[in-house]
Design a protein around this ligand. Structure first.
Ligand SMILES: Nc1ncnc2c1ncn2[C@@H]1O[C@H](COP(=O)(O)OP(=O)(O)OP(=O)(O)O)[C@@H](O)[C@H]1O
Length: 225
């Protein structure tokens, strides 16, 4: 599902004297369907940078990132923006620890939007959104409110529900459990197991050792790959 080869990424700080430094130095990685690879390595090693490159948020200097989209293979380092947007709609999911809050849009609408965008019936989307919110222990009294006033952990759980509403074949998880308690971390672990069971290829960063151990098929040190 994911084939990364020779990935090299440098940052150049144009507003700080043009200082340039290399973060990813020739990374190779393959992730198969139903597999969860967890990135580790010390703080600043380049884990988030790698994940953002996989989501095509960052361009890279060298190398290829080939993703399977149905019968097609797409190298996202050279794909057109329109192709990347289409890939993100149905194939490539990304869950960070932060919810991008949209003012005045209710929680249930925020969660179901990605599924609605795929043309799925609104009733089905709403039902799935509510099931996820309920599993993630977001109180029902909050479902019709906009999440802008929610606590950090509540916003994070809304974001997870939104990230799991579509059955993406490829899922990128950037510390989705960062401010969750043990009970909700367990729910996220269950969601990841379910995604693996339906064949999703997952790449994640988790600072909690318990989550890492529960979900990882392989640990990959980003400096050593
Ligand atoms: N947009 C950016 N511009 C310039 N430098 C950046 C940018 N993003 C990351 N870096 C630098 O690249 C290096 C890797 O950062 P990254 O966030 O990928 O590390 P990480 O392994 O995810 O760290 P942590 O575990 O602390 O979150 C760091 O030295 C960071 O300062």
């Amino acid at each position: 599902m994911i084939q990364v080869s020779g990935l090299q990424k440098s940052f150049t700080l144009h507003n700080q004297g043009g200082v340039s430094f290399e973060v990813l130095k020739g990374v190779d990685l393959q992730v198969d369907s139903g597999e969860c690879v967890v990135l580790h390595g010390q703080s600043g090693a380049g884990k988030s940078t790698f994940l953002k490159a996989l989501y095509a948020n960052y361009s890279v200097n060298e190398g290829q990132i080939v993703l399977r989209d149905g019968d097609e293979l797409v190298d996202i380092t050279s794909a057109q923006p329109r192709r990347i947007i289409a890939l993100r709609e149905q194939t490539l999911g990304y869950v960070s620890q932060f919810l991008r809050v949209i003012p005045r849009v209710s929680t249930v609408d925020v969660v179901m939007q990605p599924l609605l965008d795929l043309g799925v019936d609104k009733g089905i989307c709403e039902e799935k959104a509510k099931t996820l919110l309920s599993r993630l222990n977001v109180p029902e009294r909050l479902w019709q409110l906009a999440p802008s006033t929610f606590s950090g952990g509540e916003q994070q759980r809304v974001n997870i529900a939104r990230g799991f509403i579509v059955d993406y074949p490829i899922l990128l998880l950037d510390e989705p459990t960062a401010s969750l308690d043990a009970k909700n971390r367990k729910v996220v672990v269950e969601l990841i197991h379910e995604a693996k069971a339906r064949g999703a290829a997952i790449v994640g960063i988790f600072h909690d050792e318990d989550v890492r151990e529960a979900v990882a098929d392989r640990l990959v040190d980003i400096r050593a790959v």
